[in-house]
Write a protein that binds this ligand. Sequence first.
Ligand code: ADP
Ligand code: 5GP
Length: 204
Amino acid sequence: MNNMEKGKLLVISGPSGAGKSTVISRLMALRDDLCFSVSVTTRPPRPGEVEGKDYFFVTTQHFQELASGGYLLEHAEYVGNSYGTPRGYVEQRRLEGKSVILDIEVQGAGQIQRNCPDAVSVFILPPSGEELERRLRHRNTDSDEKIRERLLQAKRECAEAGRYGYIVVNDDPDEAARELDAIMTAEKCRAADRLNLVTEVLIS
Ligand code: ADP
Ligand code: 5GP
């Protein structure tokens, strides 16, 4: 394998509670060529969330400065808070050959698809609406009102699933992680990314 191959950009979306974080952490345990992009957000931390691991928690003013200064690869508003992807981290890690995972909502994913057409995009779907609600309530991190807002938002988001390259249903999280693993493996075998290997064979 050519060490200079640029890492992939893996965009994961899906309604809050679909199990994106759960499946991403299982995927990362399966592969050593991945790293996770920690987003900036104006949302307050949930109990147990760690600054710099789950998010960089910033003020609205700081967020606006990052966005207007071009420091974010994409950004969007979701249920009253702003979220964005730090550009520098993503670009640096990809140049080092690592594939970078973004866990982002659909508007941000649309911006990435427009600006980085080689990005791999996967929509994580819960097995049903009832199961999504059960997971959100069981996670116990949001008020009833926030859960209602997130369920409404979930319907709007699922309607966008066809814009993604792949859809993975998260019924069994290990199976979902295996499917993502297979997608990444296949994406890394794309002929367009490997023509340099053909040239090496031809000239040797
Ligand atoms: P998201 O990152 O999409 O908001 P989480 O990974 O936080 O979702 O998962 C939401 C809740 O559902 C968590 O309590 C998690 O443990 C649970 N969960 C995730 N995947 C599954 C699954 N396949 N089956 C049952 N529960 C799950
Ligand atoms: P949560 O508040 O549940 O952590 O995240 C809410 C939503 O924001 C999720 O759909 C998550 O994927 C999305 N999100 C997290 N970080 C980013 C980001 O950097 N950009 C965008 N556009 N969405 C994000």
